[in-house]
Design a protein around this ligand. Structure first.
Ligand SMILES: [Fe+2]
Length: 418
């Protein structure tokens, strides 16, 4: 094996035999996966450079020149609607000396001008001009080489996904498991309330946020009373469909129809009017979906709510929407037009705050525990089916990155040793 492979990376790769198994046999990932800087570097390549990443909704950039500037795994990206109405994604770094053209904002532009030396790019990332460069090179060469590197883009139900990997397979076929949940929401005719992104980093590993979000084992213990309306008894999981599956869900029944998140936690009636086109089953449940690595979608009788996850380092992340912060809400136009919309939204966020505070205490303690020499690789409950699915999703990507780097681990390394 290459001698420069960090031991923390090997530790996680060697653990995958027990991480990539059905829930009965799966184990928690080693602690290094949640705090090691070396593993984080490996993981950002393994996972974020080869997966579909949600950056928002096409409704947020309806007109030519509208853009979302977002940072994904330390890469500043521009997502732009061109003059031809096409949505493109590209690196936001100026091809001169690399200053970002825009960072973490949303707006409209006719061109993108680097603030450092005024190099200028068109909406498709093409080079337009640069002051004082005529003396050192010819314009045609510059036009050819100073093009913003492009990412793959796919729009799914109006959600914009990007992928750094030019070879990545299309997203839609990997999202089939979410289709039944999407029925009845009519997203094209709904209004998107933009997610607010946390201004300060949250101090735990990005996977822990998603794990806490997607497992229903803890809810009765960590969220007594305010989660009782959505009990884990009767929760449905969707089976894991294999390496090309991109969806993990838990479908939680309510005690009665037409509930949602309120100032009293999960309760009925929901904060917003119920969407009449939803089925009886949908009106009786909350669906917690996850599109790893950076998106969650919550399906409730009154709205569809999405959240985005932005890792900042091995033990910190930012989040936007998905009930972690306000926004990321897709609601019918009639709901958004209610005179008391903001008062209703505030009630919903009060419930979200209570749930969030309880989960925060747990996540902080869990992050500290990852530094213990006794950090366990424990077994999962059947209510943590979603965690074994997430581990399998991760294992596929960790192994692929290991193979790209020529790292021999797990079974392969043992075979060579024998
Ligand atoms: Fe929780």
């Amino acid at each position: 094996m290459p001698h420069d492979t960090h031991p923390d990376v090997l530790t996680v790769l060697n653990s995958l035999d027990t991480a990539a198994l059905p829930v009965e046999a799966a184990r928690v990932l080693p602690a290094e996966a949640y705090m090691s800087p070396a593993f984080h570097e490996f993981e950002m390549s393994a996972v974020f450079m080869h997966s579909w990443l949600c950056v928002g909704r096409a409704q947020q950039i309806p007109n030519p020149g509208d853009y979302i500037a977002v940072t994904l795994a330390d890469e500043p990206i521009l997502v732009v609607r061109g003059k031809d109405e096409q949505i493109r994604a590209m690196s936001a770094l100026c091809r001169h000396r690399g200053h970002p053209l825009k960072e973490d904002c949303i707006g409209n532009a006719r061109t993108f001008i680097c603030p450092y030396h005024k190099w200028t790019y068109g909406l498709a990332g093409e080079f337009v001009g640069a002051p004082h460069m005529g003396k050192t090179c010819n314009a045609a060469d510059l036009k050819k080489e100073a093009v913003l590197p492009q990412l793959q883009v796919e729009i799914w139900y109006g959600f914009i996904f990007v992928n750094f990997d030019p070879q990545a397979k299309p997203l839609a076929p990997t999202m089939k498991k979410l289709e039944p949940y999407m029925q009845g929401y009519d997203l094209d005719n709904m209004v998107t309330v933009e997610p607010e992104v946390t201004s300060r980093p949250i101090q735990w590993n990005w996977k822990m946020l998603l794990e806490n979000y997607i497992e229903p084992y803890h809810t009765e213990f960590v969220h007594p009373i305010i989660h009782d309306f959505a009990p884990s008894t009767g929760v449905e999981f969707s089976p894991w469909l294999g390496d090309d599956d991109n969806v993990i869900v838990r479908y939680v029944p309510f005690l009665e129809n037409d509930g949602g998140l309120t100032d009293k936690g999960w309760a009925a009636p929901a904060s917003f009017p119920v969407i009449p086109t939803l089925s009886e089953k949908q009106r009786h449940r909350v669906g917690f979906g996850m599109v790893p690595p950076n998106m969650n979608i919550i399906f409730t009788p009154d709205m569809l709510c999405y959240g985005l996850v932005f890792p900042q380092g091995p033990t910190s992340l930012k989040v936007g929407g998905g009930l972690f912060t306000a926004g990321g809400w897709c609601v019918p136009k009639s709901t958004a037009a209610l005179p008391d919309f903001h008062a209703r939204a505030a009630r919903l966020m009060e419930g979200s705050r209570q749930l969030g505070e309880q989960d925060t205490a747990i996540n902080l303690a869990m992050q500290r525990a990852k530094y213990s020499r006794f950090a366990p690789r424990g077994r999962f409950s059947y209510l943590e089916e979603t965690l074994s699915q997430f581990n399998r999703w991760l294992a596929v990507r960790y192994r692929a990155e290991g193979a790209r780097r020529g790292i021999m681990a797990g079974e392969a390394a043992r075979e060579v040793a024998e």
